[in-house]
Design a protein around this ligand. Structure first.
Ligand SMILES: [Fe+2]
Length: 293
């Protein structure tokens, strides 16, 4: 068995760094089990010193499960499921930066991803950190009255909420064709791998909460977001060339930082890992269209 060392990155158990593992080669089943166990415990894993082409990167992601397709179909990096993240100049001096407010990926899908993975291709000299907040800790710290208030609530997640704090890049035609109808997800879920409850929030996509006025739903989401994004729940990742970072899209939210020199290229490969639909369907979650039928 190829050994590796693991070092926690925070005192609250969010994020851990792994050294001594070369992901350009297949890992044996024992290592695969160990990294998946570590992932359920730490929610964000940082694999240092990797140098992966897009196919090796896709294969490394499959240690955590089959890959999930991105809803944007137009930015591929030599592999059908490897998407590229880069600071793109959309007009002279104007850049589109993805993920610039706290969110979780693709929550408008009936079965959102288990995880997202990034790997460095090119980094700016400074800035461009990714922040993660632990949604287990955020839930566990809520007052009991709030836990009771939100326990049975379900949110409607659309591709882009009418109230999204930022504008998303429009989908191309193929992406539009494959877009699922808005999905219903509980605000509080149980993590299938570690059994802990977590808050499932995404202001970019939450368009309504069933049984609430939009005004009350927005106020509740804002209150929960203010609580969940406190520094005490955060791991802030400073990127180093060679990093491959995987995060759990259920137990953490994340945000990108457009605080670097936009003339410098920030370029990463990105993939998502499928979740098991039974984890979502078992909780009575379904698409709005199915609920209305
Ligand atoms: Fe994201």
């Amino acid at each position: 068995m190829s050994a590796y060392t693991i070092n926690p990155m925070t005192s609250h158990g969010t994020g851990a760094e792994i050294r001594g593992l070369d992901l350009s080669r297949p890992v044996d089943p024992e290592v695969k089990k160990r990294v998946n166990d570590d992932f359920a415990k730490h929610h964000v894993l940082i694999f240092r010193d990797q140098k992966l082409d897009s196919h090796q990167f896709a294969a490394a992601g499959e240690i955590f499960g089959p890959l999930m397709s991105h809803h944007h179909k137009d930015i591929r990096a030599g592999h059908p499921e490897v998407y590229e993240v880069r600071n793109v100049e959309v007009a002279p001096g104007k850049y589109h930066i993805q993920g610039g407010s706290f969110h979780t990926d693709h929550s408008n899908h009936p079965c959102p991803p288990r995880a997202t993975v990034l790997h460095t291709v090119s980094l700016p000299r400074s800035g461009g950190d990714t922040q993660f907040v632990n949604m287990h800790l955020a839930y566990e710290d809520l007052p009991e009255t709030t836990k009771r208030r939100i326990g049975g609530l379900k949110a409607v997640h659309a591709f882009e909420s009418r109230y999204s704090p930022r504008k998303l890049r429009p989908l191309d035609e193929e992406g539009r064709k494959q877009l699922p109808p808005p999905a219903l997800h509980p605000l509080v879920r149980v993590h299938p791998d570690n059994g802990r409850k977590f808050l499932y929030l995404n202001p970019v996509r939450i368009d309504a909460i069933i049984g609430m006025t939009d005004e009350d739903a927005l106020a509740l989401v804002a209150e929960l977001m203010a609580h969940a994004t406190q520094k005490k729940y955060e791991y802030r990742h400073k990127w180093v060339m060679g990093d491959m970072v995987i995060w759990d899209d259920r137990s953490v939210m994340h945000q990108a930082n457009p605080d670097y020199d936009m003339k410098e290229l920030r370029h990463l490969y990105r993939i998502m890992i499928q979740d098991d639909p039974k984890h979502w369907v078992a909780e009575g979650e379904k698409t709005l269209a199915a609920a209305a039928a």
